[in-house]
Design a protein around this ligand. Structure first.
Ligand code: UD1
Length: 328
C-alpha cells in the first residue's frame, strides 16, 4: 500500500491516478487547505474505483500516527507542502512548521512502522543563486536564501542523514523544475485560483480578461524576461514512477532533477499562449519579484540514464493541456 501525502494537490492527484491505474492500492491524504475534495472524486472517476481518502494534516502528530497504524504502507510519496517563495519570506515560521515539522512527523511514523521507502518532492529552488545553468544534481549546495527553499534543502539533508544511519532506507528525491500542463482528460490540473505561479496567472488573466503582470523585463536574457525550465506534469509523474521502480530495487539516497532540460522566457510562454489561442494577452511589466532568479534549467542526464526516463511532451502540449483543464 502507498501513502500519497498532498494527494488532492496538483501533482499528488496526477500521481495517484497513475499509481492506481498500475494496480497499486493508495491512501490519498490531504488537509484540503490548497486543494478540493472534488479532486478526489475525479481521481475515483478517472480510475473507475472507490479509493481511500484520509483528511488529515501532516503537522498533526496523532492523526498521522493513527493513519500509519490503520494501514500497512510500503512506500510514501510525499507531496504535501506549501510552495510560495513570497509567502515564505513574509511568514517563515508557517513554512518551517508545515513543510519541516510535517515531514519530520511522517518520517517518525515511517520509522515506528518500519516503512522504508520514500519519494520526496523537492525543488530546483535548492540550487539557490550560486550556479550557472544547467544545474546538475552533484553541485555542492549551500543553504538557500528563502524559507521555502530552506525547508526543501533541510528535508533533503534529513533524508540523507537517515539513509546514512540505516542502510535499509530507500530514498528518491525529485528536484522539480517548473511543472505545468494538466491531465490529458482536462479533469485534473493546478487550482488556478490558489496559485500565483506563471501559468495560473496567465490562465486567470485570460478568463477574467485582465492584464498579466510580468515581473521583470530588465534581466540579461534574450528578451529581458526570466527563463525557466517547464515540464509537463505527466512527464514529471512518469519520472516519479521510474524513480519508484528504481528505489524498489535499490536502497540508498538518490537525487534526480526532473525538468525538460530547456529554458523558455516568460515572454516566450505568453507568446505561445497567444499563438495557440489566437488572441492577445495584455501585459504590464512590473519590477522583479523578490526571490526570483534570472534564468535556470535542468541537466537531466542523470534521470535519463539511471531511470531510463525521457520527456514526451513539448511546450505546445503543456499549454494546450493547461487550456483544456480550465475549459475541458
Ligand atoms: C518557484 C520556485 C520553485 C517552486 C515554484 C512553485 C525558485 C527558483 N523557484 O518557481 O522552486 O517550486 O516557484 O511555487 O525559487 N511570473 C510573472 N508573472 C506572474 C507569475 C510569475 O511574470 O504573474 C514570472 C516569475 O517572476 C518568474 C516566472 O514567471 O520569472 C516563473 O514564475 P513561477 O511560475 O512563479 O515559478 P518560479 O518562481 O520559477
Amino acid at each position: 500500500m502507498i501513502l500519497i501525502t498532498g494527494g488532492c494537490g496538483y501533482l499528488g492527484s496526477h500521481c495517484a491516478v497513475e499509481l492506481i491505474k498500475l494496480g497499486y492500492e493508495v491512501v490519498v491524504l490531504d488537509n484540503l487547505v490548497n486543494s478540493d475534495i472534488k479532486t478526489f472524486e475525479k481521481i475515483n472517476f478517472l480510475t473507475n474505483k472507490n479509493n481511500i481518502f484520509e483528511k488529515a494534516d501532516i503537522t498533526n502528530h496523532s492523526d498521522v500516527a493513527k493513519i500509519f497504524k490503520k494501514y500497512s504502507f510500503e512506500t510514501v510519496f510525499h507531496f504535501a507542502g506549501l510552495k510560495s517563495i513570497v509567502e515564505s519570506i513574509e511568514n517563515p515560521s508557517k513554512y518551517f512548521f508545515n513543510n519541516l515539522l510535517g515531514t519530520i512527523l511522517i518520517l517518525e511514523e515511517m520509522r515506528k512502522t518500519s516503512v522504508k521507502k520514500i519519494i520526496f518532492s523537492s525543488s530546483a529552488t535548492v540550487y539557490g543563486n550560486k550556479f550557472n545553468p544547467p544545474w546538475k544534481e552533484d553541485l555542492n549546495l549551500l543553504m538557500p536564501n528563502n524559507p521555502y527553499a530552506q525547508t526543501k534543502y533541510m528535508i533533503e539533508n534529513i533524508l540523507e542523514s537517515i539513509v546514512s544511519e540505516t542502510n535499509e532506507f530507500h530514498v528518491g528525491i525529485l528536484r522539480y523544475f517548473n511543472p505545468i500542463g494538466a491531465h490529458r482528460s482536462g479533469l485534473l490540473g493546478e487550482d488556478i485560483k490558489k496559485s500565483v505561479n506563471l501559468i495560473p496567472s496567465i490562465l486567470n488573466s485570460i478568463i477574467n480578461a485582465q492584464t498579466l503582470n510580468v515581473f521583470g523585463n530588465d534581466y540579461d536574457t534574450i528578451d529581458g524576461t526570466a527563463i525557466r525550465d517547464y515540464i509537463h506534469v505527466s512527464d514529471l509523474i512518469d519520472g516519479h514512477l521510474k524513480a519508484f521502480n528504481y528505489i524498489n530495487k535499490y536502497n540508498g539516497f538518490n537525487i534526480w532533477n526532473l525538468g525538460s532540460g530547456e529554458g523558455y522566457s516568460v515572454k516566450q510562454i505568453v507568446n505561445k499562449f497567444e499563438m495557440i489561442l489566437g488572441q492577445k494577452i495584455p501585459v504590464r511589466y512590473q519590477k522583479r519579484r523578490e526571490g526570483d532568479l534570472q534564468e535556470y534549467w535542468a541537466d537531466i542526464t542523470k534521470a535519463k540514464l539511471q531511470l531510463k526516463w525521457k520527456v514526451k511532451y513539448n511546450l505546445d502540449d503543456m499549454i494546450r493541456d493547461n487550456l483544456k483543464s480550465v475549459n475541458p
